[in-house]
Design a protein around this ligand. Structure first.
Ligand SMILES: O=C(NCCCOc1c(-c2ccc(O)c(O)c2)oc2cc(O)cc(O)c2c1=O)[C@@H]1CCCN1C(=O)/C=C/c1ccc(O)c(O)c1
Ligand SMILES: [Ca+2]
Length: 478
C-alpha cells in the first residue's frame, strides 16, 4: 500500500461529502475514531464561486485558495484536523487546481472574493489571463492535448507548466500540510499533465510531525483519473508518483450484484481484471459524481426491492477483500443530478442529526453508520495483512473466502438459499455474524456461527434474508 499514515488499528476511508468542519470533528470523536475508521475525505476547502441554486458542483469552481466555504472557516478547519488526528482519524483534502471557475457575471465567492471571470481575472489569488490556457472546449477524449489544455465544461484551465501557477498551487498545498492533513484527493488529475503534477508534488512538504506522523512522511496523494478504458489518457500515466482512483472497481462489482457479472469470476479479483496494482488503487463502489450520473452503479438509491441491500453487499465485499485502499461514500439524499446539499433558507449548510439508533437525519444518508458497513471496517482491521485464501463458489453467484485465519465471508448473490458446510480457516469457537448483528455484552445480537475442531462451519444465507452476506472474524468470537 502507498502509505496513508493510518493510525495502527484503523482502516477504511469515508468521504463525508459536503459535511461542515465542526460536524466532522464531532463525528471523528464520537463515531469514526471509536469504530476504527482510518480517514476522512473532506469536500474542497478553497473558496468557490456562488452559483444560483447552489448545485453541489459549485464547490468544484474555485475563485481563490482561501479556506472559506460553506463547510466553515480556516479556524474551524484547523480545529477539525487536530481533533480528528487526536481521535486516530486522518484527513485528506479534495484539492481542485486544474481550473478556476466558468464564466459568471459579477462572480462572488463563498469567502467574499470577486472575480472578473470573463477576463480570467481572479484577484483573490491573484491569477490573470497569463496563467491560463487559451479557451478551447474539451470535446475529444481521444486527444490527450485537448483533454489537458482545454476547458472542462467551460471552466478556465490553469497552465500548470508555468512557474507562477506552480508556486500558487504548491503554496496552497503546503499550508494544508502545516495544519496536520495526511494527504490529498487531486480533482480532475486526468486533465493535467503527469510531468507537471510530478513537479508540483515533489515541492510539497513532508507531513507535520506535530500530528503524530513519522518524520519524513510524505503526503498520501490519490488522483482522480476517470479511466474506464478506451480514452487517450490512461490511469497508468499517473500511478508511478501517486495513487489513482480505480473507476473500473465500482462498475465491475455493481455489475456482479446487478446480475451482469458472475460472482464466481471474482476468485482472481484485482490486477488480473485490468485493475491498477493494489498498492496504487483507491477503490469505491460509488462516488459523488457516479452516484448521480451512472444509473448502473449501485448507490444508496439502488431501486431493487432490497433498496440499499446490494450496495451494502458490494461495500461488504470491498471491505472484506484486500485489494486497494477502500473508500466509502457518505451521501446526502438527492432527487436530481444538480441537487444542492441540505441547506436552510439563506443557503447555510444543514448538518446531519444523529438518531438514537445511530442513523442520520436531516436528509443525510450516512452509509458509514450502517451496521453492515462499520462492522466490515472492523473486519478489514482484523484481517489486515492477510490474503484471500480458501475460495469457494457454487459456479454462479454464491461465493465464500477466508482472510488468513483472521476472517471469513460468504455472499449469496443467487436467488436461492445458501446452505453449505465450509472450511473457514478460523480457530474453533462460536462467532457472531457481524452483518446481521453485533457482538454486544458477550452476546450475538444477530446470527451465531459455530466453527468446529476442523475449522468447518455450517453457513446459511437464505435467499429472502435482508442481508445477502455473512461475515465472521477473530474479533467477533465469543
Ligand atoms: O454536465 C456537467 N458537466 C459536463 C461533463 C464533464 O463533467 C465534469 C467532469 C468530468 C466528468 C467525467 C470525466 O470522465 C471527466 O474526465 C471529467 O469533471 C469535473 C471536475 C470538476 O472539478 C468540475 C466539473 O464541473 C467537472 C465536470 O463538469 C455538469 C454541469 C457542470 C458540472 N457538471 C458535472 O457533471 C460535474 C462533475 C464532476 C465534478 C467534480 C468532480 O470531482 C467530478 O469527478 C465530476
Ligand atoms: Ca487542464
Amino acid at each position: 500500500q502507498k502509505d496513508l499514515h493510518y493510525v495502527p488499528g484503523h482502516n477504511g476511508m469515508v468521504h463525508l461529502f459536503e459535511w461542515k468542519w465542526g460536524k466532522i470533528a464531532e463525528e471523528c470523536e464520537n463515531f469514526l475514531g471509536p469504530m476504527g475508521f482510518g480517514g476522512v475525505q473532506v469536500s474542497p476547502i478553497q473558496e468557490n464561486v456562488i452559483i444560483k441554486n447552489r448545485p453541489w458542483w459549485e464547490r468544484y469552481q474555485p475563485i481563490s485558495y482561501k479556506w472559506a466555504t460553506r463547510s466553515g472557516t480556516a479556524k474551524e478547519f484547523k480545529d477539525m484536523v487536530r481533533r480528528c488526528n487526536n481521535a486516530g482519524v486522518r484527513i485528506y483534502v479534495d484539492v481542485v487546481f486544474n481550473h478556476m471557475t466558468g464564466n459568471h457575471k459579477n462572480a462572488k465567492g463563498t469567502g467574499g472574493s470577486t472575480a472578473d471571470t470573463q477576463n480570467f481575472n481572479y484577484p483573490g489569488v491573484p491569477y490573470s489571463g497569463f496563467d491560463f490556457h487559451v479557451s478551447c472546449p474539451i470535446n475529444n477524449y481521444q486527444d490527450a492535448g485537448n483533454v489537458r489544455n482545454c476547458e472542462l465544461s467551460g471552466l478556465h484551465d490553469l497552465d500548470q507548466s508555468k512557474e507562477y501557477v506552480r508556486e500558487k498551487i504548491v503554496n496552497f498545498l503546503n499550508k494544508i500540510i502545516d495544519v496536520g492533513v495526511a494527504g490529498y484527493r487531486v480533482d480532475a488529475a486526468k486533465h493535467m499533465w503527469p510531468e507537471d503534477l510530478k513537479v508540483i508534488y515533489s515541492r510539497v512538504k513532508n507531513l507535520n510531525p506535530e500530528h503524530n506522523f513519522p518524520s519524513g512522511a510524505r503526503p498520501y496523494v490519490f488522483q482522480e483519473v476517470i479511466d474506464y478504458g478506451g480514452e487517450a489518457i490512461s490511469k497508468y500515466e499517473y500511478n508511478s508518483f501517486g495513487a489513482v482512483t480505480e473507476f473500473r472497481y465500482g462498475i465491475e462489482l455493481s455489475n456482479a450484484l446487478n446480475g451482469k457479472n458472475q460472482l464466481k469470476w471474482f476468485s482472481n479479483w484485482g490486477e488480473a481484471w485490468g485493475l491498477l496494482p493494489s498498492q496504487d488503487a483507491v477503490v469505491f463502489i460509488d462516488n459523488h459524481d457516479t452516484q448521480r450520473g451512472h444509473p448502473e452503479i449501485l448507490t444508496y438509491k439502488s431501486s431493487k426491492k432490497y433498496k440499499a441491500m446490494i450496495l451494502q453487499m458490494a461495500v461488504a465485499f470491498m471491505l472484506a477483500h484486500p485489494y486497494g485502499t477502500a473508500r466509502i461514500m457518505s451521501s446526502f439524499a438527492f432527487d436530481s443530478f444538480d441537487a444542492n446539499p441540505p441547506q436552510d433558507s439563506i443557503g447555510n449548510l444543514i448538518s446531519p442529526t444523529i438518531n438514537s439508533d445511530k442513523t442520520c437525519g436531516n436528509g443525510w444518508i450516512c452509509e458509514h453508520r450502517w451496521r453492515q458497513v462499520y462492522n466490515m471496517v472492523r473486519f478489514r482491521i482484523a484481517a489486515n495483512n492477510t490474503d484471500v485464501n480458501n475460495w469457494w463458489d457454487n459456479g454462479q453467484n454464491q461465493i465464500a473466502f477466508s482472510r488468513g485465519n483472521a476472517g471469513f465471508i460468504a455472499i449469496n448473490g443467487d436467488g436461492h438459499d445458501f446452505k453449505q458446510h465450509l472450511y473457514t480457516s478460523l480457530q474453533p469457537g462460536i462467532y457472531c455474524d457481524v452483518i446481521s448483528g453485533n457482538l454486544e455484552n458477550n452476546v450475538c445480537t444477530g446470527k451465531t456461527v459455530t466453527v468446529d475442531q476442523n475449522g468447518k462451519a455450517y453457513i446459511e444465507i437464505l435467499a429472502n434474508e435482508e442481508d445477502g452476506v455473512l461475515a465472521i472474524h477473530r474479533q467477533s468470537k465469543l
